[in-house]
Design a protein around this ligand. Structure first.
Ligand code: ADP
Ligand code: MG
Length: 293
């Protein structure tokens, strides 16, 4: 074991893990309220774009109802979080190195909720996530749709939340409901917004402004415009091929926009390295026992 790893291990024994993780891994969750707005596609492609910038990136497929990050990456995963939750495998044993430079913790569709685990089981999972995430610069979490408690906890877990919207009224109302909970229940002060599937920059700005206006009027939350991804038939073609668009069609409009968003995110890399956050989430679950309604 090298000196650094040893020191980290020693530190873990004595320090709250949030402090150990902070400075190591930037934890981001990608969320939306409404389903089908492009979360999974964005998670995968942003992860690859960040990896292309030289970062070590781990994706956690946290969608326990419809885990499909593996499908978009075109890989078969023999083991998933289900095996971890059932005690058959450790987390490090299920991580898959994809051909695209990013690693994946495959999600488990249709398993019992993380929140149904006992405090002891959560403690084990928490330790394992922290252990594996410490080897990466970014941990990007794909969350399920909706505003259920699991989504909220993944969001609360993350140092940063990126909310994906499109210009449809239902996307905006669902995003608002999510922001409201994040702000009121979790005290979230800032959320980044990415507008997907847009026909023009103007449309993206319009969607962002509509959400931002109500958020600043009724919630104490600041929305930051992270960028927009155009509607692009290359996205559909890539998904059909089970390949990430950024690898399959790197010069397409959507890929160029995704690469730019990754650059925007990475500009803040050092600022956010001190935030950590995964620990906070799991510790809350453990100390509160059940989650508070
Ligand atoms: N920028 C885009 N251009 C064209 N189609 C898109 C774009 N983003 C998403 N889509 C379409 O939306 C579908 C849902 O995307 P997905 O990432 O699975 O959403 P979510 O994870 O939010 O449910 C994709 O299968 C694709 O058909
Ligand atoms: Mg999805």
């Amino acid at each position: 074991m090298n000196d650094q790893a040893k020191t980290l291990r020693e530190l873990r024994k004595t320090m709250p893990l949030q402090q150990v993780l902070s400075g190591q891994t930037r934890v981001m969750s990608i969320t939306s309220g409404k389903g089908g707005v492009g979360k999974t596609h964005t998670v995968i492609n942003l992860a690859i774009a960040l990896s292309d910038l030289g970062r070590r990136v781990l994706v956690l497929d946290g969608d326990m109802s419809l885990a499909n990050a593996d499908v978009l990456l075109g890989i078969n995963t023999p083991y998933t979080l289900r095996h971890v939750l059932e005690g058959e495998k450790s987390l490090s044993e299920i991580i898959v190195d994809t051909p695209f430079g990013v690693s994946l913790i495959p999600g488990a569709s249709g398993v019992e909720s993380l929140l149904d685990l006992t405090a002891q089981e959560l403690e084990v999972l928490k330790n394992e996530i922290e252990e594996v995430a410490a080897d990466y610069d970014y941990l990007i979490i794909d969350t399920p749709a909706g505003i259920g408690q699991e989504v909220m906890y993944f969001n609360a877990a993350s140092g940063e939340v990126i909310c994906i919207i499109n210009n449809e009224p239902t996307s905006l109302t669902d995003a608002y409901a999510l922001l409201k909970l994040l702000s009121k229940r979790h005290g979230e002060k800032e959320v980044s917004v990415l507008v997907n599937n847009t026909s023009s920059d103007k449309e993206a700005q319009h969607a962002f402004q509509r959400l931002s206006a109500v958020a600043s009027q009724y919630l104490h939350i600041h929305l930051k415009f992270l960028g927009s991804i155009p509607a692009d038939s290359s996205v559909l073609a890539a998904i059909q091929d089970r390949r990430p668009v950024i690898s399959e069609f790197p010069t397409s409009k959507a890929s160029r926009a995704l690469s730019q968003v990754a650059v925007n995110i990475d500009e803040d890399f050092y600022k956010y390295r001190v935030k950590g956050g995964m620990q906070f989430f799991f510790q809350q679950l453990i100390t509160e026992g059940a989650y508070g309604g």
